[in-house]
Design a protein around this ligand. Structure first.
Ligand code: FPP
Length: 246
């Protein structure tokens, strides 16, 4: 924990979502290829995941590749997938850390070897009791809702669900993060102020924290700042402040 930060360890967000943005600009500033920015970003991700595990965050969701990222030049897409491949092959990245890896998104269109590596990583880490990391790969919030709706239609046809039973819980139970708490805090570095199709359903009551720091430069002390800001907020979930009920 940073020196100046006094985190309240009894009020750590249970679930943090991060949009890992700014890798390209970080590389450009250094006259490096964009892929070097993504490599540096992956290294930051490892540091931040370890730190989240240490301070007691339960779930960390990171946006590694969106359903829209296929529009990038093929070489850049290949470089991101390759970084992911390397990360997954080195299981010490999560196994030794007691981190459970999960994937959210439509993995069906990913290269076959990555699908296999994902499956192995999920299996190998399933008994870890520490942080759960959701890697969002080929993830889109709208796409996730489409999948949930399709599942609901199937369940209705199969008699598992009736029309009257379709409610918010029924949808939450059919999205990728089913069973996990919704994100308390969503962080976007690099000076952008958009959600970019990240955790749309889950972020209904999330707190947001933005920063100009580019993701490869993001350090545990920046996470401390985000959490400190979160801890000073008054979360009402549409209600009123405690003590204002009279
Ligand atoms: C956004 O920055 C970043 C991405 C689209 C890719 C993020 C992927 C990684 C950090 C590696 C994934 C692998 C693991 C193991 C987590 P940008 O390229 O849009 O940056 P820019 O806005 O500055 O161009």
């Amino acid at each position: 924990m940073g020196k100046q930060a006094q985190l309240d360890l009894s009020n750590i967000p249970k679930h943090i979502g991060i949009i890992m943005d700014g890798n390209g600009r970080w590389a450009k500033k250094r006259f490096l290829p964009r892929s070097a920015g993504h490599s540096a970003g992956a290294s930051t991700f490892k540091t931040i995941a370890r730190y989240c595990n240490k301070i007691g965050v339960q779930v960390l969701t990171v946006y590694a590749f969106s359903t829209e990222n296929w529009k990038r030049p093929p070489a850049e897409v290949a470089s991101i997938l390759d970084i992911l491949r390397k990360y997954l092959k080195d299981s010490t990245n999560f196994k030794d850390e007691n981190i459970r890896l999960r994937f959210i998104g439509d993995s069906s269109v990913l290269p076959a070897d990555i699908i296999e590596l994902i499956h192995t990583a999920e299996e190998d880490s399933k008994s870890a009791t520490g942080l759960v990391v959701n890697l969002a790969v080929n993830y889109g919030g709208r796409d996730e809702v489409v999948h949930a709706v399709r599942q609901i239609v199937k369940d209705c046809k199969n008699g598992v669900l009736t029309e009257e039973q379709i409610n918010e819980q029924a949808i939450s139970a059919r999205i990728y993060t089913a069973g996990q708490p919704d994100p308390d805090l969503i962080i976007r570095p690099s000076g952008e102020y958009r959600l970019s199709n990240f955790l749309l359903w889950q972020s209904a009551y999330s707190e947001f924290w933005f920063s100009n720091v580019l993701w490869p430069d993001f350090k545990p002390r920046h996470l401390d700042q985000a959490i400190l800001s979160y801890q000073q907020r008054d979360r009402r979930f549409g209600g009123v402040h405690a003590g204002e009920n009279a």
